[in-house]
Design a protein around this ligand. Structure first.
Ligand code: HXC
Length: 528
């Protein structure tokens, strides 16, 4: 008998019960909705939540948090079906040795639906990620708000949205859509920095096909309405698509390798095996003599950046502008480039919005920007004007002007009109702006300009066609070159295309540590 009347613990009886109890609880949590539902998940070509986490993280690096959380709903007989973990697997682990926080919704438990506690588990992960300055990755596979839990479910959603917004620009947030993601549930991924969708098995929409049919009589299938390819090409909601779960998780790992863990860190640098002064011979003959003939700006990007380092983002949406992350001399860098192969590289509404958000991401996370310019202007047309090209185009202008990260700009050919100013020009604080000898910096192209300033002269001439051609030649001689801008210091140098990589590597080294304070403010008022 011990003091206070306590018996010493008997290791063979009471505690072993407790240990068994813990094992039972953990095992129930781990098996989710049971083997039948797991098999159904596999039959759809989908991995389970735990398999996905294992696949995404470094081997054996995952530590689970809140495996024993339970819902506390007492309606609809819910108290008879309590599964520890409540349909979402949460925790932390590493990717290439770097800490990340993650959650994976478990479709085998109430269809991955988000109830009060399920949502609060995700909130805890988002809070931990911010406290520790680590990226957060959400693997979404859910029937949306848990119907039985009503407003408690909506409350938890809003708690998540609030945290997504508060963390925006503080830690990178990545959403992978690996099943349904419907209704208001789409708004968490929409706020995060990157969305990755799996082809055929993931769908995102605010209202599904049945509701649409009831309300508008419009008939549209799941895939066409909100499948991966729809969001990759039509809406621009997703940044990447993957053939299967493995492919999507591989993209997460690639992406994490190119971005810092939080907004106080510098962008990652790695050893470059590609010679820093490598000549890009093929670029000297890439730009066609005829300015109306396109060429592929992707060739320029791939030639200039470190070999095989470029990860294109949103490649199926607004292809007239290319965005992506890559490395230059080992330094992680964001690339924005007009693509002459589509719409002659014009800026339209979608291209402006696509590039503007990317520029803001890079600026928020200290990733230098490299901009390639070949832009004949903003896309003309009533549909663009009525769609608001004025305010959407202004977003890109605003984003570049606001960005204080090191900014490199290369003008390869056309830099016309307002689009010249917008595309990271010197005037909106490009740090190092260069041009190729093929560059043309002007208010507009020769044909259009001559038509406006010499209309009367051409009309009154004895041979209008000959006169027009002569005036176009004169204009081209005067403006279709980079030397007027170079004389004014608007570009820092004119370089041979083949020298571009070597010049940019040096320039980046020279501006990497720049500081560019701006007036204190709560936040600006970007034209949304
Ligand atoms: C509770 C749900 C659920 C939900 C699915 N389940 N969705 N339980 N709340 N929202 C359960 C099902 O009852 C079923 O349970 C299991 O999950 C699998 O569902 P199935 O229908 O058998 O699977 P499948 O045929 O693959 O269809 C998946 C689905 C469909 C497309 C997601 O279940 C569906 O349409 N669900 C409802 C979607 C929805 O309307 N959600 C609310 C959106 S509004 P058993 O026990 O049979 O395995 C919203 C508001 C958010 O989310 C607001 C935030 C601001």
């Amino acid at each position: 008998m011990l003091m206070g009347g306590l018996h010493p613990p008997n290791p063979m009886s009471g505690n072993s019960d407790k240990i068994d109890d813990l094992r039972r609880r953990k095992s129930k949590s781990q098996s989710g909705g049971g083997q039948n539902r797991i098999s159904a998940q596999h039959a759809k070509g989908k991995m389970t939540a735990r398999e996905r986490i294992e696949q995404m993280l470094d081997p054996d690096s995952f530590s689970e948090v809140d495996a024993l959380v339970e819902h506390r709903c007492r309606d609809f007989d819910m108290d008879r079906n309590v599964i520890p973990g409540d349909g979402v697997v949460c925790g932390h682990g590493t990717i290439d040795g770097r800490l990340i926080y993650c959650f994976a919704q478990d479709f085998t438990v109430y269809g991955g639906s988000l109830g009060e506690m399920h949502g609060l588990k995700i909130c805890k992960i988002l809070d931990m990620a911010v406290k520790t300055g680590a990226p957060v990755i959400g693997l979404n596979d859910s029937g949306g708000a848990r119907i039985q839990e009503g407003v408690a479910s909506l409350g938890s959603y809003a708690e998540i949205f609030f945290r997504n917004v508060r963390s925006s620009g503080v830690i990178p947030q990545i959403s992978v859509i690996m099943g349904p993601c419907a209704g208001g549930a789409v708004y968490s991924p929409a706020i995060t920095d990157f969305v990755i969708m799996v082809e055929d098995t993931s769908h995102m929409f605010i209202t599904g096909p049945e509701v649409i049919k009831t309300v508008t009589n419009e008939e549209v299938g799941f895939e066409e309405l909100g499948g991966a390819s729809t969001h990759a090409t039509k809406s621009g909601v997703t940044h990447f698509t993957a053939k299967d779960d493995e492919g999507a998780l591989e993209i997460v790992r690639d992406l994490v390798g190119l971005i810092p863990s939080n907004n106080l860190q510098k962008a990652p640098v790695s050893e470059s095996n590609d010679p820093l002064d490598r000549k890009c011979e093929s670029l000297d003959s890439l730009v066609p003599e005829d300015p109306s003939i396109p060429y592929d700006i992707l060739e320029v990007i791939e030639e200039v950046l470190d070999s095989r380092s470029f990860l294109e983002i949103q490649d199926g949406f607004a292809p007239n502008i290319i965005i992506g992350l890559g490395r230059l001399g080992g330094q992680s860098i964001g690339v924005v480039a007009n693509q002459p192969m589509h719409l002659a590289g014009c800026l339209d509404i979608d291209a402006s919005v696509k590039a503007a958000r990317f520029v803001r991401f890079c600026d928020a996370f200290n990733i230098p920007l490299l901009t390639f310019v070949d832009v004949p202007g903003f896309l003309p047309g009533a549909s663009q004007e009525w769609g608001g090209i004025i305010r959407h185009g202004a977003k890109l202008l605003y984003a570049f002007a606001e960005a204080t990260v090191p900014k490199l700009t290369v003008i390869t050919r056309k830099a016309y009109g307002g689009a010249y100013d917008v595309m990271s020009s010197k005037h909106i604080r490009g740090d190092y702006n260069i041009a190729w000898p093929t560059a043309e910096l002007a208010v507009m192209g020769a044909e259009g300009a001559v038509q406006i300033i010499h209309r009367r002269r051409i009309a009154n001439s004895r041979n209008p066609e000959q006169e027009r051609e002569r005036l176009v030649d004169d204009y081209e001689e005067a403006f279709a070159n980079p030397y007027k801008a170079a004389a004014l210091g608007y570009i820092d140098d004119v370089v041979m295309p083949s020298e571009t990589r070597a010049v940019l590597v040096k320039a980046l080294g020279a501006i990497l540590e720049k500081e560019e304070p701006r007036p204190e403010k709560k936040h600006g008022n970007i034209p949304l």
